[in-house]
Design a protein around this ligand. Structure first.
Ligand code: SF4
Length: 259
């Protein structure tokens, strides 16, 4: 699937957004919905989407937090208060790439101090010390299918390819989560059976995961696009003991923001 992406809005290195004020984070959106992907699919959750990303995936489903970041600067106390007032028990810290912002550590600590279960969704290329404390670390390593068109987006292509795989960081993130005794998942967006060998090669170089932590998610922004890939993805999961990852929010609401 080829989906036109918005042009990047500025010429700055997008991995280096201007730092927000000391007590704030750049936020694309917050909302309450059910978690649409992964081990906690269906769980009512408060989502906080940080705006900014060090990658440029061709099929990015949140370009307003990566290719053309939209953001409001929100104070930490304001975010924590909003999360508390929703009354839901699960928080999903996502992006963009939330680990691009060191203060996300503080956000995670604050949410957990309020008694919330915290999921952090990351591409696994950055590791802010001492790590973002979370109950479920959701890592989505980007495969070669994620590279943007080198002709239409030469600069973004080069940047993306130089960053999308960072094995030391990936090992560090998984190792720390395992040592903490908290849960993790490895979620791969797949476009064709050719992706399977790449996933297996990557997993062979990693430790600290079990087959039940590996999820394959068919790429697609509509039920129809996902449906075209669901049969072979499910078969691949059955053969390997991995999990099929649906995109419940698309099934329920379609490809809409805030869901
Ligand atoms: S890592 Fe996520 S937010 Fe960043 S470009 Fe890729 S899909 Fe979009």
């Amino acid at each position: 699937m080829t989906v036109p992406l918005p042009q990047a809005r500025d010429a700055r290195d997008p991995s280096e957004p201007p730092p927000p004020p000391s007590d704030a984070l750049p936020i694309a959106e917050t909302f309450v919905s059910v978690q649409g992907e992964g081990k906690l699919t269906g769980v009512p959750s408060w989502f906080v989407r940080l705006s900014g990303c060090n990658l440029r995936c061709a099929w990015c489903d949140t370009p307003y937090a990566s290719w053309a970041p939209e953001k409001q600067t929100r104070a930490m106390a304001d975010l924590l208060d909003e999360a508390r007032r929703t009354g839901v028990r699960h928080a999903v810290v996502t992006g963009g790439e939330p680990l691009l912002f060191p203060r996300v550590v503080e956000l995670c600590e604050g949410l957990r101090a309020q008694g919330m279960h915290v999921t952090v969704e990351t591409a696994g290329t950055l590791d802010p010390a001492p790590g973002a404390p979370c109950d479920l670390l959701s890592v989505s390593p980007k495969l070669s299918n994620s590279a943007p068109d080198p002709v239409a987006f030469p600069r973004e292509h080069a940047m993306h390819e130089s960053r999308r795989e960072n094995l030391p960081v990936l090992r560090s993130l998984l190792g720390r989560q395992r040592e903490s005794g908290r849960d993790l998942q490895l979620k791969f967006v797949v476009t064709g059976p050719g992706d399977l060998a790449e996933i297996e090669a990557l997993l062979a170089r990693l430790e600290g995961w079990e087959a039940s932590d590996v999820l394959l998610m068919p790429e697609g922004r509509t039920r129809e696009e996902i449906g075209q890939r669901s049969a072979w993805v499910a078969s691949a999961c059955v053969e390997r003991g991995w999990r099929y990852c649906q995109r419940l929010h698309i099934e329920l609401f379609g490809n809409r923001r805030g869901t």
